[in-house]
Design a protein around this ligand. Structure first.
Ligand code: NFS
Length: 678
């Protein structure tokens, strides 16, 4: 269907769609309109012309064998009496939905963890000095994490004195131990012990401590094959093992080793949105997830010879920008601006200003190759795992042993493409300032200062009620809902009610574009308590903690808050809640599940493919709370979504006996304001 046909079809059914009905971001709306003018089809058009399958959205379509697909939609008005729906083999709606859910956890955990494995391999190559392009940079963090991998950082001298061990030796041993977590068959993934003790003990009691990262993912695939695990509770138990192996394992190890290789992030200023592109520069957009690639491109683009080449081609310089989680990675460590989130990848090309879009893995829409064909843009794939058949893409394989040379080739290809711009360049004006880079170490430092770095000031402010609680808001964009509306409504509602927000992924990018990642935004958007804390400490009310594998930083921050004391003994005691208002990827399901089994009430927006199986749905939404202290929820309306999180936070404050403190603080503030007014 052409865009014109789409528009006509839409017109026939209802009022014509306007770009501002599809996104709350003016830069994106402008580019959607340009795409319409140029008759270029994007995901925003396809979301209008193709509706989701009614049975798939309920989670009750089974295609795990060749006798199906067996489709078990919920009868109109729900199930009355005994649920007699069955697939050919007899699988119930509950079994089918649980199996589908589990396969999403497996795929999500696999994506994060395979990324982590790649980092571990490169880390080991760097430690063994088999590559000269990567180095062990953050030795402080290396020494901090080494004991968790069972690696000693000191050695006893001849006279019994304690001596520091050689840093290279430590790095090699950490690399080997880390890589070993993937293929391990017995025992426990070692980083899981970083969870608060009661949480770890609970997992042990329930038997869900992951044995090895890969093993738990493979076991999901086995159990969900036809005729294996046919009890939704048992299937969810395996989901828990695999998801813990992701959040407290594969993702966490990826974050650790990336920090050691590239530096632990600390607050850094930059800007966000399509307006960061420059008409008179070579624009290279890096899209995907792995900093192994983007770190090298950042270095290659800074080479004087590259800047010189760009000038020879008529450009004033080279502008880098990021899309999706790669954007978050290079933003946090280098201040490279954010070009856009998941739903802006086609729109960036529609500016006509992108000379190359360099992609690695995950969240890359195949259609960028088609959109690029309407312009001069070169789409460069770099990872052997991810090639694109559509369009006319170039593959420049990126190898950790020749990384810098590969990166230079990619940058040169982009520069040489600058003179080929074929259509007028139209770059939206919008770009917002931001501060990013709040690793959990940075929060520690920022709140407590160098000499007394700790989470205690955060805990004190939660206990005294200035901060009501903590919201972890993360996740994707989803073309089935208005772009960025869910993210911004949820986050603004939370901070307005004094809930500090920790963000990653595409939520972080949405917040950045809306100016929520600046300390100044506290005055404008926050409730009085949170505003006061942000102003005193000089932090934004929404703390950018990184990419989606960096959700492990949120887990670590939660563990640190528990450790700092006064807010219970476990993550499930904290006045905290999780949210993914516009999720769409399988990775989000794995993340959601590891948040839930870590004890967090976790609310998803848009949809969850479990509604066709009410018993399984009830298990996720209600019964898991009795087992893990955390549970799933689905609330599509973003306003109500935020308020259910706030209600949960208040429930936890009450259980901790700190609900009165907040009332007192608010009274004090109101009284103070009255005094000021008088
Ligand atoms: Ni996360 Fe990052 Fe964005 Fe969603 Fe995709 S980029 S790993 S999956 S879409 S937040």
């Amino acid at each position: 269907m052409t865009t014109e046909e789409v528009k006509k079809a839409v017109k026939k059914e209802k009022a014509p769609v306007r770009a501002q009905d599809l996104t709350v971001d003016p830069a994106s709306a402008q580019m959607i309109e340009r795409a319409w003018d140029l008759e270029i089809e994007t995901i925003f058009d396809r979301a209008q012309s193709m509706k989701p399958c009614n049975i798939g959205v309920q989670g009750t379509c089974c295609k795990n064998c060749a006798q199906g697909p067996c489709r078990l939609p919920l009868p109109k008005g729900g199930v009355e009496g005994k649920d007699t729906r069955k697939g050919l083999c007899g699988a119930t709606a509950e079994t089918i939905a649980a199996r589908n859910f589990a396969r999403m956890v497996a795929a999500g955990a696999a994506a994060h963890s395979d990324h982590g494995r790649g980092v571990a391999e490169t880390f080991l190559a760097a430690a063994r000095k088999e590559t000269h392009d990567y180095h062990i940079r953050d030795t402080k963090k290396l020494l901090e994490i080494a004991p968790d991998f069972g690696v000693d950082i000191t050695v006893e001298g001849e006279n019994g004195e304690v001596l520091d061990r050689d840093i290279d030796e430590i790095a090699v041993e950490v690399g080997e131990a880390a890589l070993g977590q993937w293929g391990q068959q017995q025992g426990e993934v070692c980083t899981v012990k970083r969870a608060p003790v009661p949480r770890y003990e609970l997992w042990k009691k329930l038997g869900v401590v992951p044995r090895g990262i890969d093993r738990e993912i493979v076991e999901i695939m086995h159990r969900t094959h036809i005729g294996v695990d046919q009890h939704y509770e048992n299937i969810v138990e395996q989901c828990s093992r695999a998801a813990i192996g992701d959040g407290w394992g594969g993702s966490m190890i990826a974050t650790d080793l990336q920090d050691v290789l590239f530096g632990c992030p600390y607050p850094i200023k930059s800007s966000a949105n399509l307006g960061i592109l420059k008409a008179d520069h070579v624009n290279i957009v890096i899209h995907g997830h792995e900093p192994l690639l983007s770190e090298m491109i950042v270095q290659a683009a800074e080479l004087p010879e590259m800047v010189q080449l760009a000038k020879e081609k008529g450009a004033h310089g080279i502008q880098l920008g990021g899309i999706c989680c790669t954007a978050n990675e290079i933003l946090m460590r280098h201040g490279v601006p954010l070009c856009g989130d998941f739903l802006q990848q086609e729109l960036a090309i529609v500016t006509g200003a992108v000379d190359a879009m360099v992609v690695d893995v995950q969240c890359i829409m195949e259609n960028i190759a088609n959109v690029a064909q309407c312009f001069h843009t070169k789409v460069i794939t770099t990872n052997p795992r991810a090639k694109i058949a559509s369009g006319d893409t170039i593959h420049i394989e990126f190898d950790e042993h020749t990384a810098f040379e590969d990166a230079k080739k990619i940058v040169r290809t982009a520069i040489e493409n600058f003179p080929n711009r074929s259509k007028p360049v139209i770059i939206p004006d919008q770009k917002s300032d931001l501060v990013a880079g709040f690793s959990y170490e940075a929060i520690n430092y920022h709140l407590g200062g160098t000499f007394r770095a700790s989470y205690t000031p955060l805990n004190d402010n939660i206990i005294n009620g200035r901060i009501r609680g903590i919201g972890g808001v993360v996740g994707c964009n989803n073309a089935r809902t208005v772009h960025n509306e869910g993210h911004l409504t949820v986050v603004k509602e939370l901070i307005k009610h004094d809930v500090i927000v920790l963000t990653t992924g595409c939520n972080a990018i949405a917040c950045a574009k809306a100016g929520l990642l600046t300390p100044e935004s506290a005055k404008v958007f926050c409730g009085p308590g949170l505003a006061e804390v942000c102003e005193t400490v000089g932090i934004p009310p929404v703390l950018h903690m990184g990419s989606c594998v960096d959700n492990s930083r949120i887990l670590m921050a939660a563990a640190e808050v528990v450790k700092a004391g006064g807010l219970g003994n476990d993550i499930s005691d904290l006045p905290a809640a999780g949210s993914a208002p516009e999720w769409m990827s399988e990775k989000a399901i794995s993340i959601g599940h590891y948040f839930v089994v870590s004890g967090v009430y976790t609310v998803f927006g848009v949809t969850l493919p479990v509604s066709g199986a009410p018993v399984f749905e009830n298990y996720l939404y209600k019964e898991l709370e009795d087992i893990y202290g955390g549970m799933w929820d689905l609330v599509a309306d973003p306003y109500e979504h935020a308020h259910k999180m706030i209600a949960h936070i208040d429930k936890k404050r009450k259980a901790l006996g700190i609900d009165k403190a907040r009332e007192r603080v608010l009274f004090d503030m109101a009284a103070r304001r009255d005094l000021e007014a008088a």
